[in-house]
Design a protein around this ligand. Structure first.
Ligand SMILES: [Zn+2]
Length: 86
């Protein structure tokens, strides 16, 4: 029978929650994310980092952000320098 008990301590869990809270604060404070990553638009679960705010997000979320930025009239190169290569 598999053991599904939690394997991290309460302190570790609280640390992870605090890290997530700080990441959201960084992302929300950024005027426009700028992401250079070969993973953008892939199914990789390796998080990408915004060069401006240091926030991290998953590649699929970053791609949707870039698309939304462009749809709103922004220049793709401002948020994703490698846009033209795709
Ligand atoms: Zn940012």
């Amino acid at each position: 029978m598999p053991d599904f008990r939690m394997t991290i301590s309460k302190a570790e869990l609280m640390e992870q929650i605090e890290e997530a809270r700080q990441n959201v604060a960084r992302l929300e404070s950024c005027y426009a994310h700028r992401i250079s990553s070969p993973y953008l638009g892939t199914l990789s679960r390796e998080k990408v980092i915004c060069e401006r705010c240091g926030g991290t997000l998953y590649p699929d979320a970053a791609l949707q952000y870039a698309r939304g930025f462009v749809a709103a009239g922004g220049a793709a190169e401002d948020v994703w320098p490698d846009w033209a290569k795709t």
